[in-house]
Ligand binder design. Structure first.
Ligand code: A1D88
Ligand code: NDP
Length: 445
């Protein structure tokens, strides 16, 4: 692995040099173990500790198949899906690997007693499989996390609709929180050249998801002037949704839970900010009963911030706790677009406010190939910026996942895999200098 790192870091290395490097037999990877899926049985969700289930193991390098690439991972990032994997909720991800393993002989590689997790990477292509022409050894890349087979016509207009659609590193094995990752070559995209490895690895999953959910016609199709309510506006998804709203001429109404997070939103350029903690909204009176008076108080606050207007688009992901309020505060004909249910997936809302006011709920999930590419292009052009706050070593990934699970983090949390330190991998210093403040906005808060 040292030879690989030396070659990547040497300015004299050619693609042929990288292609000629022998692959190691094994590599260090963040895993969860199949024989531990019951380890948290009986505990409350918040008490399930990713530091106990996440391991750093030496695992064999997987066989490379047609249309695939092996990538030396310089840096990765923690996504909430790795938190779900590590607490075995809502399902153990080993069920996904078993199901994938039944698809073909090649897919059987993924069905193992350990799961190498992680759905983001920035790194360097080491090897490509038969049929890969667009990428070669030595290319500096990021990878989006959409894995599809594309053998059914269902996915030919929108690759997210492929019946064999999976999230790499969550529903497949050999993910990005590791020194080497296995991807389909169609997941590869050029690494933004003004960013370091860890900055480039941070946006992928959440930026692409926010792009489809908010901007794309497959999601809410946001337009100029829209009032967009963004839950968790300084979190992983929200920090990109806020940037898309601002860059697209919309008006983000940012919901956060602390003065520091409010300050981050202000620094991004948002003006309408609600501190849900300071204002003490309690949308649920008890576990089974919502309080419409609280929805109204929340809606009144939104009207104060918008000069009397209601919400055109709600960017939803907290789920059960907020969904009733989200449906209520949306304007006539408006849209609630949801990609998750962090606080619980059995939602409850007053349907009269949906049908009588002709509102729409749109389900959104990651992004198709093209949307992921467009979202990455905006990062590469310096129109949207990474929101990296803190960087951990591969050894400390369990702690990084714990921080995200406990909502102790800001924006995105990075992980160094092969990169020996932060700040490496920047190729275009001039472009970087133009955007330096924005790139560092979330750092060390
Ligand atoms: C990019 C990052 C993203 C994120 O972070 S997202 C957040 C993390 N992700 C999650 O939390 C999602 C985790 N996934 C899940 O919870 C589950 O993945 C689903 C609930 C989405 C699906 O459940 P399942 O059990 O995997 O599949 P079924 O579709 O419920 O299939 C079970 C059986 O039900 C049958 N079935 C499905 N639809 C119908 C129908 N319309 N009518 C009759 N039967 C149906 C199937 O065929 C199958 O059957 P048979 O067990 O016999 O094979
Ligand atoms: N379907 C898909 O493609 C994707 C789904 N997801 C899912 O989306 C969810 C969020 O992911 P991500 O943004 O990366 O996570 P983060 O934890 O980084 O951010 C989520 C933010 O939501 C806010 N929040 C959390 N709980 C609540 C609550 N009960 N009520 C109101 N606000 C809350 C918090 O902000 P604050 O405390 O400041 O209010 C938090 O910072 C996860 O469940 C994840 O699995 C993520 C990416 C893709």
């Amino acid at each position: 692995m040292k030879d690989i790192l030396d070659a990547i870091q040497s300015p004299d290395s050619t693609p042929a040099d990288i292609a000629a490097l022998p692959l190691p037999e094994s590599y260090r990877a963040i895993t969860v173990h199949k024989d531990e899926t019951e380890m948290f049985a009986g505990l409350e969700t918040r008490d399930k500790d990713p530091r106990k289930s996440i391991h750093l193991d030496d695992v064999p390098v997987p066989e490379l198949g047609p249309g695939e690439a092996l990538v030396a991972v310089m840096a990765s990032s923690v996504n909430y899906n790795s938190v779900w994997t590590s607490i075995f909720e809502p399902l153990s991800t080993f069920g996904f690997l078993e199901r994938y393993g039944r698809v073909s002989d090649l897919a059987k590689r993924h069905d193992l007693p350990y799961h190498v997790i992680g759905s983001d990477l920035a790194g360097v292509v080491l090897r490509t499989g038969p049929g890969v022409n667009a990428w070669q050894a030595g290319d500096e890349v990021v990878a989006h996390c959409l894995s599809v087979e594309l053998e059914s016509s269902d996915g030919h207009n929108d690759t997210m609709l492929d019946p064999e659609q999976r999230i790499w590193g969550f529903e497949t094995n050999f993910g990005g929180l590791a020194e080497i990752a296995l991807v389909k070559s169609n997941q590869l995209m050029p690494k933004p050249d003004h960013l370091s490895w860890e900055e480039a690895a941070a946006p992928g999953l959440v930026n692409s998801t926010a792009y489809r959910q908010l901007v794309s016609r497959n999601g809410a199709g946001m337009k100029q002037g829209d009032n967009v309510l963004i839950w968790g506006a300084s979190g992983g998804l929200g920090s990109y949704a806020t940037q898309f709203a601002l860059a697209g001429g919309a008006n983000p109404i940012c919901v956060v839970s602390s003065p520091q997070k409010a300050e981050i939103c202000r620094a991004m350029g948002a003006e309408a900010i609600i501190d849900r903690n300071a204002e003490g909204y309690r949308f649920w009176k008890d576990e089974n009963t919502q309080d419409p008076k609280e929805w109204k108080r929340f809606g009144k606050r939104i009207r104060e911030l918008t000069g009397g207007e209601d919400i055109d688009i709600v960017f939803e992901h907290p789920g059960r706790e907020t969904f009733g309020a989200s449906v209520f505060v949306t304007r006539k004909g408006g849209t609630i677009t949801t990609c998750a249910s962090t606080s619980g997936y059995m939602h409850e809302y007053d349907n009269r406010y949906l049908w009588m006011s002709l509102k729409r709920i749109i389900g959104s999930h990651f992004a198709n190939y093209r949307e992921a590419w467009e979202a990455n292009r905006l990062i590469a052009k310096g129109r949207i910026h990474p929101t990296l706050s803190k960087v951990y070593s591969l050894e400390d990934t369990g702690q990084a996942a714990y921080d995200v699970h406990r909502n102790l983090h800001q924006g995105k949390v990075g992980v160094l895999c092969l990169a020996p330190e932060e700040g490496l991998g920047v190729r275009d210093r001039e472009k970087r200098a133009q955007h330096l403040d924005a790139i560092n906005r979330f750092r060390n808060i």
